[in-house]
Design a protein around this ligand. Structure first.
Ligand code: SF4
Length: 489
């Protein structure tokens, strides 16, 4: 299914190809007569986590009902698509492909049939050894119908000799490694699992006696659910449907890895009104901005952020530095980054379509321009030029994150390492490239002083220290997935 231009533009929302791409969002409901409708609302609130496809699978205790499509949640579910999704159980998924190509075939939840019936799997994350497992399975004669790493997991569930779904899931997880916040549904059971490192968030809530799961708290807020708690790293929560309502059981996975929450969730990926890893995203961004002001001060007349994701960090910078914060960039909400026009020329043209300096605010002023990350630098270069053209006398760029030098293999899609400007350029070279008067980044140490438990975070894209070993795979192998077109980045 192809998409119209405005949809593609909005889908690619905020960053003109300059930012890491959100991974995926999952949402699940057990024990509510409007399970599919609530899941739809939850997915709507998680739209920022994936804009390529969306899907919901529901169950009435006997059969599955499903609908998936390419595009935004509001486009996929229209024209009565929700009405046939019957039952008290549902799982939903928003996808941005970090493994596997962007096709309807790869849209999730993934549904498969195993010896004991159907299962639906919604996955946020990335299995780092899926490629090797798949090659082995294919050499043994197994057939795959998608290019997604989630299908490898479904095959492992099917191959397990265990009787119960939960034991089969544990068997599958013994084989697979990586980042996962997973929802697996059978006709009367929903299993929520989070990897032992806790890379991706996963929350649990309640609504009118039903049990809900969501990637972020903003989705539980959106449906007026009570937020219960985070699913713990290495925890499996089973919720079964019974006469008396949903029954909840929690188990520890027999798997151990060091904690490695993705710090990029706090820096950029999660919605500002969410809580992830026990931290308020908005308040962390404020703290990152304050720390940035301490580490990289500037002489200026005003501080502004690149809307919307950098606004909190800019506010923090302003509070700490005493330089007034002002909105200096107008944003066109309907134009964004695009993943179908990979040429740099097109991306650069889009900067002007999306962000425009407010002349009367910037003219004759020295500006501190705060962003939450810098990947290629091409968009920032264009933006700095536009701000100067609008009359700013100086532009001091401040990045509320450390220099991004390495790719992510745990479920976030970055530009390739060679495209990351900080991977092989000095601070001064980057400053000259973006034509800023000065450039400053947040240090890794400074960033970690802002979170409650620094040792529990992954910072591999800044430090190169990957918390999960790749077991014989090198970085080149990992950056190859089954048919994903890297040109889009
Ligand atoms: S490498 Fe970066 S983006 Fe990937 S999980 Fe670690 S902190 Fe997050």
């Amino acid at each position: 299914m192809s998409r119209t231009f405005p949809e593609r533009a909005f889908a690619a929302a905020s960053d003109l190809g300059e930012k890491p791409r959100e991974e995926c969002g999952v949402f699940g409901v057990v024990g509510h007569p409007e399970a599919a409708w609530i899941t739809y609302q939850g997915l709507f609130a998680l739209q920022h986590r994936g804009q390529e496809s969306a899907g919901i699978v529901s169950s009435d205790g006997r059969s599955f009902y499903q609908h998936r499509g390419m595009g935004l949640v509001g486009t996929v579910f229209r024209g009565g698509n929700l009405e046939h999704l019957r039952g008290h159980l549902a799982v939903g998924h928003n996808r941005y492909s970090t493994a596997g190509s962007s096709t309807l075939q790869n849209a999730q939840p993934f549904v498969a049939q195993y010896a004991r019936g159907p299962i639906a799997v919604a996955h946020n994350g990335n299995f780092v050894n899926a490629f090797q497992l798949r090659r082995k399975m294919e050499s043994e004669g197994q057939i795959f119908v998608t290019t997604s790493d989630t299908e490898v997991f479904a095959h492992l569930i099917g191959a397990s000799p265990a009787r119960s779904l939960e034991d089969r899931i544990v068997d599958a997880l013994r084989e697979i490694r990586g980042a996962y916040s997973l929802l697996c549904m059978s006709p009367r059971l929903l299993v929520a699992v989070r990897d032992p490192s806790g890379f991706r968030p996963l929350w649990m809530g309640q609504l009118e006696g039903a049990i809900l799961f969501a990637s972020e708290t903003c989705a539980l807020d959106a449906v007026d659910a009570t937020i219960e708690r985070e699913v713990e790293p290495g925890e499996m929560v089973l919720v079964s449907l019974s006469e008396g309502g949903p029954q909840v059981h929690s188990f520890r996975l027999p798997l151990f890895e060091r904690r490695a929450h993705c710090i990029f969730e706090l820096l950029y990926l999660a919605r500002a009104d969410s809580v992830v890893f026990g931290e308020s995203v908005a308040l962390k961004r404020l703290a990152f901005g304050r720390q940035l002001a301490r580490e990289a001060p500037a002489e200026a007349d005003l501080v502004t952020g690149i809307p919307d994701s950098a606004n909190m960090a800019a506010l923090g910078y302003a509070q700490e530095s005493g330089i007034p914060f002002q909105f200096a960039l107008a944003r066109n909400q309907y134009v964004g980054r695009t993943f179908i026009e990979p040429q740099q020329r097109m991306r650069e043209k889009q900067v002007g379509m999306k962000l425009n300096p407010i002349r009367d605010v910037v003219a004759g002023r020295r500006i501190v321009l705060v962003d939450d990350s810098l990947m290629r630098g091409t968009t920032m270069r264009k933006l700095v030029k536009r701000i100067r053209n609008a009359g700013a006398t100086e532009v001091h760029v401040r990045i509320a994150a450390p220099p991004t030098r390495y790719p992510c293999f745990y479920g976030v899609d970055f530009p390739t390492k060679t495209e990351l400007i900080a991977s092989d350029h000095t601070l001064e070279e980057i400053r000259r490239y973006i034509r800023a008067d000065s450039l400053g980044y947040l240090s890794i140490q400074g960033m970690l002083t802002c979170v409650k438990e620094p040792a529990t975070y992954c910072t591999a894209c800044f430090s190169g220290r990957y918390p999960l070993e790749f077991e014989g795979q090198d970085i080149q192998q990992l950056s190859f997935d089954f048919s994903h077109n890297r040109d889009r980045n």
